[in-house]
Design a protein around this ligand. Structure first.
Ligand code: AMP
Ligand code: ZN
Length: 476
């Protein structure tokens, strides 16, 4: 398959032409949320940009399989395996069980994603479903001599690797600083960079989730989750692994160490990292307590898709500062864009050649390392292009398959609100229900019924029109 996507790869620190292992197919893995609290809009920036990447790959013609884990066990307060279990902390905070917390915040995360038009990955797997897979991988690492038992825990032995820092330029000195700052040092580790694969000697008497293992009752380390869940669903090679930039070290570095030691060959070719969303006080973090959520933005009257727009206006490899002023600007830009689309007449036939030209421009912009702000510029330009309204609408609908700003739906709502001035809500609901019914009738090839619905609406003074992007209505 021909493709021109250039993607920045954290592994090589270069923008490279994307070439998947298997022609036409992309295997993609995303680190999912740790479900001990709501996702903050910083986490969601990462998921929005990963969603755009996935959708753009599909738009370019790839068959994509994307897998995401849900971390419901094993992620300790410090990424370096120290501190309290995050899930247990959440459970104590809310006087609930760990599984109750996991269910509640997984649902909340999925609901936030839905509001932001983030597609659910093909596979979403909670870590607690895969304990046997983790144990199998840890056993294999022990057998191959890449792991050791100490003080009851199983550790990965980083001294067995020719090169451990494959993703970051971290040196031993920087790491030592990190260790000094961390809550406590784990005396069982032979080397500071070693990490826990399986905990049995838990420091926490009240750890709720524990499983039998060959090394005693315990629970998995955080890093092993992602490697094992990824391989369970995507096999021994991976095209793209995604996450926020904070995951580069230690999480992704450790994932590479254990996965390649286990497999005996290279695992993942492209590493895609989204830079952080910061607020005026610094990086947004769940552990800090007061952080911005989608619900909070909604309470303040913002459409969640305005936040998506705000994210798309910037490149994923640049840090982004959140302010309400910037969000207000995004809201204005979003409103203008929707108004432009709402003003397009659905009449006329799409000029296919022109549309293909506009599509090529969009592909070119996005091929340049998922440059969403250029993609938006192409959309603005398309709306000003020398083309008829039907073509412009079709271009907006096409680009929105990737941008997912809900542009056509928002434009239709805007039109309805305008033409609906004076129409009561019941009538608008009636019209929408009839349009949905007619769509079903047409799907079932019951054209007589479809025509009858058209006439029924006409009798109420409502004209409907079928466009490529769906049925629109207006007052006669
Ligand atoms: P967590 O739920 O803490 O495991 O994080 C979920 C995802 O959000 C991971 O990919 C993190 O790297 C990412 N992330 C964490 N903080 C931020 C931030 N401030 N901005 C963007 N992404 C973030
Ligand atoms: Zn992960």
């Amino acid at each position: 398959m021909e493709n021109n996507l250039d993607l920045y790869n954290t592994l090589t620190k270069k923008v490279e032409r994307f070439v998947p292992n298997e022609d036409g197919k992309v295997k993609m893995y995303t680190c999912g949320p740790t479900v001990y609290h709501y996702a903050h809009i910083g986490n969601l920036r990462s998921y929005i940009m990963e969603d755009v990447l996935e959708k753009f790959l599909r738009f370019s013609g790839y068959d994509v399989k994307r897998v995401m884990n849900i971390t419901d066990v094993g992620h300790l307060a410090s990424d370096a395996d120290t501190g309290e279990d995050k899930m247990l902390k959440g459970a104590k905070r809310e006087h609930k069980t760990v599984m109750e917390i996991a269910k509640f915040y997984t649902d909340a995360f999925m609901s936030d994603c839905a509001k932001l038009n983030i597609k659910t990955p093909d596979v979403v797997e909670p870590a607690t479903n895969c304990i046997a897979d983790f144990i199998h991988m840890v056993e294999a690492l022990l057998e191959k001599g890449y792991a050791y038992l100490a003080g009851g825990n199983v550790y990965f032995d980083t001294s067995k690797l020719a090169k451990y820092y494959v993703l970051s330029n971290q040196n031993a000195e920087e790491l030592a600083v990190g260790v000094r700052e961390s809550v406590e040092e784990d005396e069982n580790k032979r080397s500071k960079t070693d990490f826990v694969l399986w905990f049995t000697k838990s420091k926490f008497e009240d750890q709720e989730l524990k499983w039998e293992s060959p090394w005693g009752v315990g629970y998995p380390g955080w890093h092993i989750e992602c490697s094992a869940i990824c391989m369970k669903h995507l096999g021994e090679t991976l095209d793209i692994h995604c996450g926020g930039i904070d995951n580069v070290f230690p999480h992704h570095t450790n994932e590479i160490a254990q996965s390649e030691s286990y497999l005996g060959h290279k695992w993942c070719n492209y590493w895609f990292h989204v830079l952080h969303l910061n607020d005026a006080t610094g990086k947004m973090s769940k552990s800090k307590g007061d952080f911005l959520t989608v619900s909070l933005l909604e309470e303040k009257g913002y459409d969640p898709l305005v936040y998506r727009m705000f994210c798309l206006q910037s490149h994923y490899r640049k840090p982004l500062i959140f302010t309400y002023e910037a969000l207000d600007n995004a809201a204005v830009a979003y409103g203008k864009l929707v108004a432009k689309i709402a003003a397009l007449s659905p009449d006329g036939a799409v000029e296919e050649e022109k549309l293909a030209e506009l599509k090529a421009q969009f592909l070119e912009a996005m091929d340049n390392d998922i440059n969403t702000s250029s993609g938006l510029t192409v959309l603005y330009d398309a709306l000003k292009a020398d083309a008829n309204d039907a073509t412009k609408r079709a271009a907006a609908a096409l680009f929105d398959e990737v941008l997912s700003l809900g542009l056509l739906a928002a434009a239709q709502r805007m039109k309805e609100e305008k033409s609906g001035a004076g129409l009561d809500g019941d009538l608008v609901g009636f019209i929408e229900a009839k349009i949905a019914e007619r769509k079903e009738a047409k799907k079932a090839k019951d054209f007589a019924r479809a025509d009858a619905i058209r006439e029924e609406l006409a009798a109420k003074g409502i004209a409907i029109k079928d466009t490529r992007e769906g049925t629109v209505w207006e007052r006669m």
